[in-house]
Design a protein around this ligand. Structure first.
Ligand code: GLC
Length: 540
């Protein structure tokens, strides 16, 4: 059977708003994104993931959708969307978009109707006379919301919402709702979209006496969605956003009949923990605790995204540790997480950034990059919610970071201007000119990964290096054997690994092709620079 495309793909997450403003109104748009496809092609990414671009009051960056069947006028038109998809496909770039199944905006016509007495849409949402039901469900946006219920004076009832109170949850017990959301999916699939990131997917159903997460009913609906996609469209992708413990994420793959991919939420914070503690244990432990997934499925590996670096699923001690180490200032925190970008989290240390990126490029899964992290963009902790990691893409040192020709004060938000990481210092144009830039390094590592499908498809085996600061693993398929060795410490470290079954083979470094001494009897010894990593092709 052919290997599905998403197993080899490098993904790139982009908020349309933040990427490029073609019409000069201060807000990024679909036309602007289309104009920047050449850049993405040079970066050699395979699939774009677009954050919601649908009409929305934008109280949650568009995750509050008021019309599922259109494009927000600030981003363009349906025709712009079609043109973007065509232009991307011409460049062999696929596009997936966010599909927000769980909730709508309170300004969606469905909800506006549902609130009215006697409405036929009433049962499209979850209502109650009391706010005491489903007490087992946690409040996720606990900085803003105290309860998952909000009183609606027009409806004279409480409505259920797992996120902001302006985002009422749809009622999946209603077959009309399930049918409508399949229709929404078809609408975009018909326009050529290559799949969806399924937003907030664990929360579709509610049942008394449960956490209202990961319920069997939710999995049943997802299987129905998957069957429709397979039957009517074939080669498309469903990628689950399920921020859950390993054992609870695993069911989102079903028996290969639910989501094709799911983000590896449990791994993400442990990568940050491992580099701070300078030991491999957090990474090895979480991956050993991760159950195997069906052959056709794939993990989505990521470091940062448009949300806070979530700590929700960490035990309290680990959570405390992460906040202490990575979010000393209270304004770096939001909900149960850290609202900062990759480069500032790494104190702008280039070796550390490269090491973390090398891990999501070489561990088992497909990497998902967050726009701007390829140039080491900073964040703005002085603006609210998660907006500080959604600032304009820094294209050049010109006005508005080359993002927009609008007057600076009309931008949806200001580009980063502080002296450490201002757009004058960190931008695409400058980094394209300098061969040693982070951007060029990113292109290089993506290239090396693309040349070796073993990274996306192969098996993975941890090696027991005696030094706990060293993470070493083998990635293998029938033809190729890759050895990855990473130093999580800020000091140089010695490494000794057992490579018995490769006695007589030669490790060839994969970036420069240097041939290292052949593997002999006993352990194989190397030294690694601070935060250094080495990828070897083992040759017979
Ligand atoms: C997802 C999105 C997040 C949004 C939330 C509610 O978690 O990633 O940005 O706020 O869903 O829609």
């Amino acid at each position: 059977m052919a290997v599905p495309w998403y197993k080899d793909a490098v993904f790139y997450e982009v908020p349309v708003k933040a990427f490029y403003d073609a019409d000069g109104d201060g807000i990024g748009d679909l036309k602007g994104l289309a104009e920047k496809l050449d850049y993405l092609q040079r970066l050699k990414i395979d699939c774009l993931w677009l954050l919601p671009f649908y009409p929305s009051p934008m109280r949650d960056s568009g995750y509050d959708i008021s019309d599922f069947y259109n494009v927000s006028p600030s981003y363009g038109t349906l025709e712009d969307f079609d043109r973007l998809v065509r232009a991307a496909h011409e460049r062999k770039i696929r596009i997936i978009s966010d599909l927000v199944l769980n909730h709508t905006s309170d300004q969606n016509a469905w909800f506006e109707s549902a609130r009215k007495p006697g409405s036929s849409k009433r049962d499209w949402y979850v209502w109650s006379d009391t706010d005491q039901k489903y007490k087992g469900a946690r409040v996720m946006f606990n900085d803003t919301e105290k309860s998952n219920w909000t009183w609606d004076p027009a409806a004279k009832a409480y409505y259920w919402h797992r996120f902001f109170s302006h985002q009422p949850d749809l009622n999946y017990d209603n077959p009309e709702v399930r049918a409508e959301m399949l229709k929404v999916a078809r609408f975009w699939l018909d326009r050529g979209i290559d799949g969806f990131r399924l937003d907030a997917v664990p929360f579709l159903f509610e049942r008394e006496g449960t956490s209202c997460e990961n319920l069997p009913e939710t999995h049943r609906f997802l299987k129905e969605l998957r069957a429709m996609v397979d039957r009517e469209y074939g080669d498309r992708l469903l990628l689950a956003e399920a921020n859950q413990l390993p054992d609870d994420v695993r069911p989102y793959f079903g028996d290969g009949d639910e989501c094709h991919m799911a983000f590896h939420f449990p791994l993400m914070p442990r990568i940050f923990m491992a580099i701070k503690k300078e030991e491999r244990k957090p990474i090895v432990d979480v991956l050993r605790d991760t159950p195997p997934i069906p052959d056709s499925c794939q993990w989505g590996l990521f470091l940062r995204n448009h949300d806070e670096l979530t700590l929700e699923m960490m035990p309290p001690d680990d959570c405390e540790y992460m906040l202490r180490e990575y979010a000393r200032e209270p304004r770096m925190r939001v909900n149960v997480g850290i609202r900062r970008r990759l480069a500032p989290l790494m104190d702008f240390n280039r070796a550390q950034i490269e090491l973390l990126v090398s891990l999501i490029m070489s561990l088992r899964g497909s990497p998902v990059l967050y726009y701007g992290d390829e140039i080491g963009m900073g964040d703005n902790i002085y603006i609210g919610d998660r907006s500080g990691v959604r600032t304009p893409m820094q294209w050049s040192p010109d006005r508005n970071a080359g993002f927009s020709r609008a007057d600076p004060e009309s931008l949806y938000t200001q580009p980063i201007m502080n002296p450490v990481c201002s757009f004058q210092a960190i931008n695409v144009e400058s980094q394209e000119r300098v061969a040693s830039s982070l951007l060029h390094w990113m292109k290089r590592i993506i290239d090396v990964r693309r040349l070796h499908p073993t990274f996306g498809r192969g098996t993975m085996e941890f090696l027991d290096a005696a030094n706990p600061r060293i993470l070493a693993y083998l990635r293998e398929d029938a033809e190729r054997h890759i050895l990855v060795i990473a130093n999580l410490s800020r000091y140089a470290q010695p490494v000794e690994v057992q490579l018995g079954r490769f006695r007589g083979w030669t490790p060839v470094e994969m970036f420069g092709h240097a041939r290292f001494p052949p593997i002999g009897e006993g352990t194989y010894s190397l030294s690694l620079a601070p935060f250094g990593f080495l990828w070897f092709r083992l040759e017979r």
